[in-house]
Design a protein around this ligand. Structure first.
Ligand code: 15L
Length: 269
């Protein structure tokens, strides 16, 4: 088991969901964010670090003595290019470089379905290593994240796993997410597998629950020992009643990235 794990972006949506779920006896979670983090609860083994993923010195200090890094930090939605470049791309480089210098063996990178969002949906499950086809600058930053992970694995021997996360929320928020949902509990099971599975080099896996309407392969994650125990179908009736069925020829169900492929997201340019 990993005894000390650094989680970047720990105050974000996924970080907040993972904090209680990745806690384990004998383990310390070092939680890092630019935003304020809730203080340690009773008996909670956490170390709180207020820092930016773009701060090399702070990241190197944060990486010292950790067994694994789970890098969730960065913008989680589309932003103007300068911000994406600084926080998501330079930030990921900073984290990987800090991990290398501190001798951290394993880094798990939170990539996204938006790295391949412009891929039209076919009948077959999308493969774990589907070729990049980003739908936004945000998606480009996730492709860059994957490329940096691959470089640090090949050049420096870091063990790096990139997780193309579908939609990790308490519950699916729309009809597309009935396909792309990663339940928080499954997310924790997947990150646990990512930090503990024997693994060398760089691997890409999908981060998704075993949803009845799933679009993404589970092969890569299962090979790491991940077993999904959740299925969004339990929410299907209420989600469809709330949002209605999307247009059959609209982007929501016809591209992996859903509505992110539409011009509504161009506002960030
Ligand atoms: C992501 O990468 C986003 O960070 C998240 O907010 C969701 O929108 C998710 O993708 C999704 O595609 O549902």
């Amino acid at each position: 088991m990993s005894h000390r794990i650094l989680i970047t972006g720990a105050a974000g949506v996924v970080g907040t969901l993972m904090r209680p779920r990745l806690a384990a006896p004998g383990r310390t979670l070092r939680l890092l964010d630019i935003a304020e983090l809730p203080p340690a609860g009773d008996g909670e083994q956490v170390e709180l670090v207020r820092a930016s993923v773009t701060d090399q010195a702070a990241m190197q200090a944060a990486c010292t003595g950790v067994d694994a890094v789970i890098h969730l930090g960065g913008h989680s939605l589309e932003q103007p290019w300068e911000q994406i470049l600084d926080v998501n791309i330079n930030g990921t480089h900073t984290v990987l470089e800090a991990a290398r210098r501190a001798g951290v063996p394993r880094v798990v990178l939170a990539s996204s379905n938006h790295a391949v969002g412009f891929e039209p949906r076919g009948d077959a499950e999308a493969a774990d290593d589907l070729f990049p086809r980003p739908d936004t600058y945000y998606g480009v930053s996730k492709v860059a994240m994957e490329a940096l992970g691959s470089l640090y694995a090949d050049r420096y021997g870091l063990e790096v796993i990139g997780v193309r996360i579908g939609s990790c929320f308490e519950r699916p928020k729309d009809v597309r997410m009935l396909a792309t949902w990663l339940s928080p509990d499954d997310g924790a099971r997947l990150f646990e597998a990512c930090v503990s599975a024997p693994h060398k080099g760089f691997t890409l896996v999908w981060g998704v629950s075993d949803n009845t309407r799933r679009w993404f392969s589970l092969d890569g994650a299962r090979a790491l020992g991940y077993e999904s125990l959740d299925n969004s179908e339990v929410f299907a009736a209420e989600v469809i009643a709330e949002h209605g069925e999307p247009a059959p020829d609209g982007p929501e169900l016809n591209y992996i990235g859903g509505a992110w492929v539409t011009s509504a997201w161009d506002t960030a340019v």
